[in-house]
Ligand binder design. Structure first.
Ligand code: PXP
Length: 256
């Protein structure tokens, strides 16, 4: 498939809130980070309101909905509480993620195939409210098929296993994970799903994923917020944007 569209960058600002919450005050402000991200070329802002509110708060979501000019991708678990919040705000996109209290981050994708009926019923009101519903899953054809059957418009592929293998120098595993992501991006696209990807991406790992022609959006957070400590948020995001565009351009050349 030829690359025809610019790859979108969604900047996840959760960990600005993590730093704020370490002291319990008002700074650093995730909304300020979101506005800087917009200026640096982010095409969207992602925020995950976790059940335990460990980083993003309800007030942060109110402020983002009020002030953002780019679309908000609201990440949430499939619970009744989150449904009420999502329907109150009707964000551009809702990304359904699995959530376990004891995990440090979203470790795996959603088991859509196991909960197909419940999830189909769950996402219906979100779709009726006009939200684009995205389902965060591993590179697994069964989960992709189930996501298509429940009526999701978008899937986000979990890139964590690929990034972990790269960081730990397990190069065979890294390449296997990357190949699965490549094949499953193409498969999901062939089923009519829009394909996004994210989790754990860094300057070192972003290019191969950005070059998949079917991928339309990457969501990146933790690495960018960490990098911002050393060089500021706008330059950190601008470099990620440049790496994505370069990878896309190179892929374009190689496919003619
Ligand atoms: N996409 C989804 C669905 C996520 O849950 C997360 C983490 O909150 C990300 C992308 C961003 O991951 P990271 O912060 O590791 O870049």
């Amino acid at each position: 498939m030829p690359i025809t569209e610019r790859l979108r960058l969604g900047v996840n600002i959760d960990h600005v809130a993590t730093v704020r919450n370490a002291r319990g005050g008002d700074t650093p402000d995730p909304l300020r980070a979101a506005k800087l991200a917009e200026e640096a070329g982010a095409d969207g802002i992602t925020a995950h309101l976790r059940e335990d509110r460990r980083h993003i708060s309800d007030r942060d979501i109110d402020a983002l909905v009020e002030a953002l000019t780019v679309p908000l991708n609201f990440e949430m678990a499939a619970t009744d509480e989150m449904m009420q919040i999502a329907l109150r705000h009707k964000p551009h996109a809702v990304c359904i993620v699995p959530e376990k209290r004891e995990e440090r981050t979203t470790e795996g994708g959603l088991e859509v195939a196991r909960e197909e009926k419940r999830l189909a019923n769950y996402i219906a009101p979100l779709r009726e409210a006009g939200c684009r519903v995205s389902i965060f899953i591993g590179a697994d054809s069964k989960q992709i098929e189930a996501a298509a059957r429940i009526g999701a418009e978008v899937i986000e592929l979990h890139t964590g296993a690929y990034c972990d293998a790269h960081a730990e120098g397990r190069l065979v595993a890294r390449d296997t994970e990357l190949q699965a992501l490549r094949e499953m991006s193409a498969y999901a696209h062939s089923l009519g799903l829009e394909v996004h990807a994210g989790h754990g991406l860094t300057y070192d790992t972003v290019a191969p994923v950005a070059a998949f022609p079917e991928v339309r959006e990457l969501n990146i957070g933790h690495f960018l917020i960490g990098e911002a400590i050393f060089r500021g948020l706008k330059p950190a995001i601008a470099e990620m944007r440049a790496l994505m565009d370069a990878a896309r351009g190179d892929a374009l050349k190689s496919t003619g």
